[in-house]
Design a protein around this ligand. Sequence first.
Ligand SMILES: Cc1cc2nc3c(=O)[nH]c(=O)nc-3n(C[C@H](O)[C@H](O)[C@H](O)COP(=O)(O)OP(=O)(O)OC[C@H]3O[C@@H](n4cnc5c(N)ncnc54)[C@H](O)[C@@H]3O)c2cc1C
Length: 383
Amino acid sequence: MTYNVDPELQQPIRDMMREFCPKEIEPLGLKHDREPDAFAHDIFKKLADKGLVGYVMPKEYGGQGRKKIEYATMIEELSYFDPPSSLLSAVSQLAVDPIMNFGTDEQKKKYIPKAATGELIPAFALTEPNAGSDAANQSTEFEDAGDHYVINGEKIFIMHGDVCDYAVTFGKLKGDEGDRPKVSAIIVPSDAEGFEGSTLKHKMGMKYATTGRIIYKNVKVPKENFLGPAGKGFKMAMMTLDGARVGIAAQSTGIAQRALDESIKYAKERVAFGAPIAKLQAIQWMIADMATKVEAARLLTYKAAQLQDKGESINLSASQAKLFASEAANFCVDRCMQIHSGYGYIGEFSIAEKLYRDQRVCEIYEGTSEVQRLVIANNMLRK
Ligand SMILES: Cc1cc2nc3c(=O)[nH]c(=O)nc-3n(C[C@H](O)[C@H](O)[C@H](O)COP(=O)(O)OP(=O)(O)OC[C@H]3O[C@@H](n4cnc5c(N)ncnc54)[C@H](O)[C@@H]3O)c2cc1C
């Protein structure tokens, strides 16, 4: 039985996901993983129809209005069965968050309801070829041209940037040319002339939640699409990422739990030297360490989600949860591979190989583990 901090809220979500995902999601995920990189529209539609794309988007804007602790539980369960599917859901939330928190009423009405139902696919476009961890170092430029802005620049590693209908795009206003330009944000429709999204090929894992490059060549965007106060885009992006890190912590916890469960099952079945390998202390210690890390990851994740529900700052707790859970997941997929050995390394025998590939990016996106340590240290040292 998986531990819940709020059983009445969390257990029904687990029960629903454990009924839905093995039948409707996991088989499609396994199929797409063996195909060339392409967005899984069929899985996205199933998730959207089930309300899992607009899960925490407000009811008044067509979402389910769920709490963050419910979201963390849903993402954890979805990741357990199919990690890329959890991204298909989480990316829409990531992209809509700045609109929800900083958009005008018109922007909310125009962009959120269709994202909540999956009719529109949004993207969150912050990273550039020379602005990754140093996300404030933006080169994308918004030039004021009277009733519209002209956008020029390039974004890289943008989830769903290849298939999106609009991209919440960060950049700097032309003329704001200081060493550290102030960041602003604008909603850019992908059908605008000069917007080119393409798929990045040969991704290691999470393959069918695709990652793209976006080139903006003299893209004209009406001024009404400008998002939030000018020059406050970096703060908007960082606030958004704080929330999204709880999602990645939940994703990591789900992956880690699956790796543990697969390891236990296999260790009981596989016989070596006349007995199941589960009888070997070397294997037992791996399982003990995995189980302990999974539980700690889960508790840190729920702590951050509950603080978010209370409206408290999660800058520290989200980074701690994301750092610990993603590294715990790395530990677990590695030990899962070791326990399965040859039958783990070759994908046709077990899911260990897919988990190993899907997990790795959890330590990279939405801030690398090094960046999480910077955030945590900053919180500690300013006390
Ligand atoms: C699959 C995938 C999906 C993504 N999705 C999105 C998305 O939807 N939207 C978006 O905007 N971005 C997205 N990203 C980008 C992601 O957030 C960046 O890749 C990440 O922030 C790291 O940036 P970088 O890759 O440029 O690495 P760099 O910033 O170049 O870092 C290289 C190395 O240096 C380390 N490093 C850098 N600075 C410091 C420092 N000050 N102290 C210590 N170590 C440091 C890093 O930790 C890393 O180990 C995605 C990336 C991937 C791979």
